[in-house]
Design a protein around this ligand. Structure first.
Ligand code: ADP
Ligand code: MG
Length: 702
């Protein structure tokens, strides 16, 4: 494919039923009515939907589509799609291609086999999908199948949200409502909507598929459950930003072109810290579209990797001992007339709108730290958070020099100055003078201000970003509500805003931390400051139903108590099921691959001992190795038996939370024991009889 700039700009969005396509294909009044609906000003009428559906169908068929599908995001964290052909029979035994407004607006998939957290019984199968008009439809090619994809929300027969998108859309409305109240109070008369924006940086691993096929753990659990460390890991720091391997670069090229066609603005690509680890970042968009696009990105990485003889691993921790993968969720708020509410300008201390928004976010993050933490809780992330490669499980905010200085001035009363960045002199005449940012970066902070946005770095690589964003939107909406209540009553709005900022700075200084988040001293310091440090998924999920969380989500109509409870149960269930799969996979590999290999190795060693002895020479080394091997094999066997019992015990526990707890406390520690013995064996057993590809092969062979 020619990737000259002309062809990329033609290709970009070519499979999207975009604004431009609609303007071209829809009658003017229909186009206008549709736009009004998208902006939330008027509901979409069935008449409009009928015309849009017809235009969409013609456009999609022109692209080769034979089917349409409502594309939604159930609580599995993945996407779901059920395809229907456009065909409709005629009396003459032929077909015509049809697609009605009703079919566009609403779908009715059987909902009984998606996680519902008890919101419905299995026999109550009805569920609905509803077209999300704020995220454009697109045509996607999967092999020879071409279908029209309609981004949709998914709810139960009784209207409860069963998906990731519904609360996200609700939270966007809440945020817009409250942010507008604050803007109005501060004198803004022009903006009519405030939208949360997100740019998720996606980390992932890519390994050769020939190794994957030999690793049951990667195939079933997404991560290695065994594996002695490679003699070389990431210590030379030579992979990060290193020159792209040609096979990888070709894979990335196809990922980009596939995404560009779908209108996903894949922008940045590079090698990440760990060998075999990479990153892809898009240009930011509204959180809703960014969430859909991130799902498409993950799917595309996985599918395209296969075409190149690779496998893409999205798990948070595919390999022990080297970095795992996260997803940096860059987040801000923008008005419909183009103001980024987190743009500090050159003199932030004078920018009251910015300061109010900044303080609102800091208060929200401190007050609802546990909920934010819970939004990134999943079994994969348990291996990352706090392991010196990702932020610890302590939520804190990095502001950098300039804003910290202002924040501290606010805490003392009012802000009177802003530190400037200045210029960098490199001492070489031929190199340009560089403007210096007013603030350095901090890669270790979980929630860092990065110039004109916050970067939430605790999100796991495999997670949908819907969760972290609906929580962020909601908690910030709540603090903006508090502020709006106060400002709307104030006689002197400016003075009142300054007072609010000062109060927040005094109260929430504890959550601001600019140092290294990876060091042990921070953990102690954070404890002194009273910041929660919730290290595991199970502990974290237990905080979701806390009173203040239920209240805030309910108040802003993002999730009802019942919906939140169901979701929490689903997350507990997913945890228990994931650990169950890991443990069963581990047992299978240990019993059917590792133990037989080690037993054979021990057998051949024993033969060798006898032969060497018979020859009248000391077999001291062989004997020592045989002894060590047999001791470790015993240890492994004990572990296997223990794990077997632990799994049976956890499995028998009733109730989502209790079961998850049983797996966390009863199964996970035993899995460590099994792994330890097996990994020690891998270090001494003849490489020719070890049944699994090694870390060195998987991480370094391309
Ligand atoms: P860095 O993390 O190195 O600062 P960038 O500035 O390129 O890198 O941004 C990283 C991600 O943040 C990109 O996906 C980018 O689109 C996104 N981003 C930039 N501005 C915003 C914003 N206002 N809101 C949300 N995301 C943003
Ligand atoms: Mg970044």
């Amino acid at each position: 494919m020619n990737s000259g700039s002309g062809s990329v700009s033609e290709m970009f969005g070519s499979n999207v039923f975009s604004d431009a396509v609609m303007r071209e294909r829809l009658p003017k009044d229909v186009y206008k009515a549709f736009k009004k609906a998208v902006q939330g000003h008027e509901p979409l009428s069935l008449a409009t939907a009928n015309v849009v559906a017809n235009a969409m169908k013609d456009w999609a068929i022109g692209k080769g589509a034979t089917h349409f599908c409502h594309w939604f995001q159930p609580m599995t964290g993945l996407t779901a799609e059920k395809h229907d052909a456009f065909i409709n029979p005629t009396p003459e035994g032929r077909v015509i291609m049809e697609f009605s407004g009703k079919e566009l607006i609403q779908g009715e998939p059987d909902a009984s086999s998606f996680p519902s957290g008890g919101l419905r019984a299995t026999f109550e199968a009805r569920g609905y999908t509803a077209w999300d008009i704020t995220s454009p439809a697109f045509v996607k090619e999967d092999g020879k199948n071409i279908a029209l994809f309609i981004p949709s929300a998914f709810c139960s027969y009784t209207g409860e949200a069963l998906d990731k998108k519904t609360p996200l859309l609700r939270s966007m409305d809440a945020l817009s409502r409250q942010a507008l109240r604050v803007l109005r109070a501060l004198g803004n008369t022009t903006s009519t909507r405030v939208t949360a924006t997100a740019g998720p940086e996606q980390e992932y691993f890519v390994i050769d598929e020939k190794f994957y096929a030999k690793r049951l753990d990667l195939m079933l659990a997404g991560r290695t459950l065994f594996g002695a460390p490679s003699p070389r890991g990431q210590e030379l720091e030579d992979h990060y930003f290193g020159s792209l391997h040609e096979r990888i670069a070709s894979f990335m090229n196809e990922v980009n072109t596939t995404l560009w066609k779908l209108g996903v603005s894949a922008k940045t690509q590079h090698n990440e810290v760990s060998p075999a680890q990479y990153e892809l970042a898009p240009i930011f968009s509204t959180v809703n579209v960014a969430t859909d696009h991130n799902q498409l990105t993950m799917e595309t990485l996985v599918k395209v990797a296969r075409r190149h003889g690779f496998v893409c691993l999205l798990h948070e921790k595919p390999f022990t001992g080297v970095n795992g993968s996260g997803k940096h969720n860059n987040w801000s708020m923008a008005t419909d007339d183009g103001i980024n509410l987190l743009d500090p300008g050159s003199t932030p201390h004078e920018n009251m709108q910015f300061l109010v928004v900044l303080c609102a976010i800091i208060r929200a993050v401190d007050k609802y730290a546990k909920l934010l933490r819970a939004s990134v809780a999943n079994p994969g992330n348990d291996h990352r958070l706090g392991a010196n490669e990702a932020p610890p499980a302590i939520v804190s905010v990095f502001l950098g020099d300039q804003l910290t200085d202002i924040f501290e001035q606010l805490a003392k009363g009012s802000a009177k100055s802003s530190k400037a960045g200045g210029e960098l002199m490199l001492g070489v005449l031929t190199l340009p003078q560089l403007p210096k940012d007013s603030t350095d970066r901090n890669r270790t902070s979980p929630f860092a201000f990065t110039g004109n946005k916050f970067e939430f770095r605790m999100v796991g690589s495999s997670q949908s970003i819907a969760g972290s964003n609906f929580v962020l939107n909601t908690i910030v909406a709540e603090i903006l509500r508090e502020i709006a209540d106060e400002l709307e009553k104030a006689k002197d709005v400016k003075a009142s805003a300054a007072k609010i900022c000062s109060r927040i700075a005094k109260e929430h200084g504890r959550v601001v931390y600019n140092g290294d988040n990876y060091v042990e001293e921070w953990v102690k310091e954070a404890a002194k400051r009273g910041l929660p440090n919730i290290r595991s998924t199970v502990e974290s999920l237990k905080t979701i139903m806390d009173k203040e969380n239920v209240e805030v989500l309910q108040k802003h109509r993002v999730l009802s108590r019942g919906e939140l409870h169901a979701r929490t149960d689903i997350l507990f269930e997913i945890y228990a099921k994931s650990i169950n799969i890991e443990a069963l996979t581990m047992l299978s590999m240990a019993r059917r691959q590792i133990v037989p290999a080690v037993a054979a190795f021990a057998g051949s060693l024993a033969e060798s001992v006898n032969e060497v002895d018979e020859a009248g020479v000391s077999a001291k080394s062989q004997k020592a190795l045989l002894k060590k091997t047999c001791d470790l094999l015993d240890q492994l066997n004990d572990g296997i038996e223990k794990l077997d019992k632990a799994v049976a015990k956890a499995k028998a526990v009733d109730g989502a939370e209790k079961k998850a707890d049983a797996y966390f406390k009863g199964v996970v520690p035993v899995m460590h024991e099994v792994r330890e013995a097996a990994d020690e064996l891998e270090k001494i057993v003849d490489a020719r009889c070890w049944p699994l590809p090694s870390y060195a092969e998987m991480l370094f062979v391309k």
